[in-house]
Design a protein around this ligand. Structure first.
Ligand SMILES: [Zn+2]
Ligand SMILES: [Zn+2]
Length: 580
């Protein structure tokens, strides 16, 4: 086809990857590949840097979720204009299904059926087919589905873009910060808003700069590469839109008043409203410039740091992750803020996938046991779980599974001898099957150092049934904990519902952990549930669920989510020096 390397926008690359994800999903043989491609598409679409530039700099794998395999395929794409592997994956599928993937709520399988049965080739074709009542007559669709599709088609044109995933927003912000960093007049730069509070998804990117030379800062900021449009250019603030549509706002303040600016624009709105009410009782008024005594016309007091700002109000400094008005202001008044867990507290990762061939139910990791051990040492870990999904139960009996586990143990033992400084744990993420049984029997579970239960199929079971399913797993004496407990995928699906009281009770009774999964589109448990779990006395583990060693670096986002849930070091089991 001869597309020139370099003619790909992030959006185009994302669409290519989405089509591959859809093909995997329709063919139904590769759950993890489908998810990995979908997630990579999301990350690339949201990245504030041109993916092709990253490729030229050899930095593709800097992006979260772009592992070895995908980056190799992208390399082929940029060099030759197409990817042999992608063509192969899409082989046999009607090309008309792919444009339909853009319609919200229309999954790949439906797109496939519509394209195949009705010869639909475009969004417009589908609209016509609906209007001619042809979709309603199609088996498995019916009148309701047809109306739903028509409704989606209407909202399709006015749809709002998805929010950015936290690691992607963080990555983009860091790019801009390092672009500005060489300027001599810069004293400090910080992200603001939901990014500084480390929320799981982010809207716009906001940055604050401490400097006595705002003109110099703004001049440089507006020269950031990949800028599509300058939205606003003022004396102390400016806004631009990146080529991927992300808006970036920058504010400059002199060092003497920087603390108030940082506090004001970090929010959250609710936190600041509560803070203003508190200030009013002391006859003070707050703004991004500082605090005025005796109301709005009083003398302005400036604050170089947030610590001084909060202290003036009689409060301990509140970590940004807590600023959601869920009790942090009261706690700061009483000097009872939690000592939040830090990334440096983490002593091991209990959920990493390796490429040892365990003939798994869904896809294996991409890194070898040896590579994982080395990466663990690099991160200063004392132990690391060498994981796999459970072998597929349709293709293996328990005796065959036993042999696979023992073969893997042999390989772990071999690598362990080479790396005595880190303890390698034989781990399996055990499928909790739709009928409430586990994919491994007790005799096989016993062979493992750690077994984590995970729900990966029949995700739309009703709440009570799903709860029973999870409880059955947690009641097994050989299961240590529950992976990604809600099953949510950010921007993609909400996750299943569980009766959390029952789940918490089972965890406490059986001494099981709930996972805080750091994978960038999971961040699961969500912060609110972390807080509830801690209150109930449930122990937690922060893991990455990495399928290649790069993703082990995502741990800081799991830690950030834990911090948003008020977690302290003592609540997290993998802050201990040994496991268990
Ligand atoms: Zn899983
Ligand atoms: Zn996993």
């Amino acid at each position: 086809m001869g597309v020139m390397a370099g003619s790909f926008s992030n959006k185009e690359v994302a669409q290519i990857l989405r089509e591959v994800a859809a093909a995997y999903e329709v063919k139904g043989n590769s759950y993890f590949q489908a998810r990995a491609y979908h997630a990579a598409a999301e990350v690339i679409e949201q990245a504030g840097t041109l993916i092709k530039d990253l490729w030229e700099q050899g930095k593709l794998q800097e992006l979260p979720g772009i592992g070895g395999n995908i980056s190799q395929h992208l390399d082929e794409l940029f060099r030759t204009g197409k990817v042999k592997h992608f063509t192969q994956v899409k082989k046999g599928l009607p090309p008309g299904m792919f444009p339909l993937l853009q319609i919200p709520g229309l999954g790949p399988k439906s797109a496939y059926k519509l394209a195949k049965a009705l010869n639909v080739k475009s969004v417009n074709d589908l609209k016509k087919a609906c209007q001619q009542n042809r979709v309603a007559r199609l088996e498995g669709f019916g009148k309701t589905s047809q109306e739903k599709i028509l409704h989606s088609l209407k909202s399709f044109l006015t749809k709002t873009p998805a929010r950015m995933l936290l690691p992607v927003a963080d990555y983009t912000a860091q790019k801009i910060i390092s672009f500005l960093a060489p300027l001599p007049s810069i004293i400090r730069v910080d992200p603001l808003g939901s990014l500084r509070r480390m929320a799981s998804t982010i809207g716009d990117i906001d940055l604050a700069v401490a400097s006595s030379n705002p003109a110099q800062i703004i001049d440089k900021f507006l020269k950031f590469p990949d800028t599509q449009e300058i939205i606003n250019q003022g004396k102390v603030e400016a806004s631009l839109r990146l080529s991927n549509g992300t808006r970036v706002d920058l504010r400059v303040q002199d060092a003497a008043g920087y603390g108030a600016l940082l506090q004001h624009y970090t929010g959250s709105k609710r936190h600041n409203i509560h803070l203003r009410e508190l200030a009013r009782t002391k006859n003070l008024s707050l703004s991004e410039y500082g605090i005025r005594k005796g109301g709005k016309r009083g003398r302005l007091i400036k604050f170089a740091t947030e610590e001084e700002f909060y202290s003036y109000l009689g409060l301990d400094w509140i970590p940004p992750e807590l600023r959601e008005d869920t009790g942090e202001i009261e706690a700061a008044q009483e000097k009872k803020l939690p000592q939040l867990v830090k990334t440096s507290d983490i002593k091991g990762d209990l959920h990493v996938h390796c490429n040892f061939d365990l003939e798994e139910s869904h896809d294996a990791g991409q890194s070898s046991i040896e590579e994982i051990a080395q990466k663990g040492i690099e991160l200063g870990y004392h132990y690391i779980a060498i994981g796999n999904h459970s072998p597929s139960v349709s293709r293996h009996n328990q005796d065959q599974i036993r042999h696979l586990i023992l073969a893997k143990q042999k390989e772990i033992n071999r690598v362990q001898k080479k790396f005595p400084q880190i303890k390698l744990l034989n781990m399996i993420e055990v499928d909790v099957l739709a009928n409430k049984t586990l994919a491994l029997d007790d005799n096989n579970l016993k062979l493992l150092d750690i077994a984590i239960a995970g729900v990966h199929s029949s995700l739309n079971q009703p709440k009570e049934q799903m709860t029973e399913r999870v409880l059955a797993a947690l009641n097994n004496p050989y299961i240590h904990g529950l992976a990604h407990p809600t099953g949510r995928l950010l921007n993609q699906r909400k996750g299943y519902e569980l009766n959390w009281d029952k789940v918490f009770t089972a965890c406490i009774k059986g001494d099981k952990f709930l996972e805080i999964n750091s994978f960038y589109n999971r961040l699961d448990l969500p912060d609110m549930l972390i807080k509830q779990a801690i209150k109930a006395g449930v122990k937690l583990a922060i893991n990455t669920d990495a399928h290649e060693i790069n993703s082990l670096n995502l741990i800081k986002y799991g830690v950030a989510t834990a911090r948003r849930g008020w977690a302290e070091k003592k609540n997290i089991i993998n802050t201990k020096n040994t496991f268990p």
